[in-house]
Design a binder for this molecule. Sequence first.
Ligand code: 5GP
Length: 190
Amino acid sequence: MTTVSRVPDLRTDIGDVLITEEQIRAKVRELGAQVSRDYEGRSVTLVSVLKGSLPFMADLMRAIEIPVQIDLMEVSSYGGATTESSGLVRILKDLSSTIAGKDVLIVEDIIDTGLTLNYLLRYLRGKGPNSLRICALLDKPARRLVEIPIDYTGFVIPDEFVVGYGLDFGEFYRNLPFIGVLRRELYEPR
Ligand code: 5GP
């Protein structure tokens, strides 16, 4: 786990606001409407990946107007005090219900290298859902190592380390209502 040796300053640690609260709200509404249309006449099971996807999941489920069930998984993708993906994926919390025969939509905060999702896709496919799609709030394609078929994308972002709206650095900054770029000097050795 990343440790931060100082108490973060939520205001001055952010370089730029990349996506405002209003932009997120509008996009989530749009995604919810799209999902409601695509799955009309059915129900959808949202599987979210803790902890970063928590605000997105909470907002998206309320923007969907068809019957929804939810489940939560937790995986670790980053090892140590780093902003780089380790490629190692460990399941910390598994699904609590079966998804066999269900229409499953994975709700992810951000797809970076794609290693986490690649692993999860294979894992969830093995559980026999009727369908399996991906909804990602943020897509950072610059560092992709494996191709991921993203069905619903919120925003495509540049290769910056972002925090807020669930995304952390050292477990902090998740409560920011917007998505911002963390100042580089906070995680890069000088
Ligand atoms: P991937 O396996 O696609 O490289 O990484 C997926 C996970 O890495 C995300 O769910 C998220 O936890 C973390 N991650 C990737 N990029 C960022 C970023 O810019 N900021 C933060 N806070 N986490 C990131």
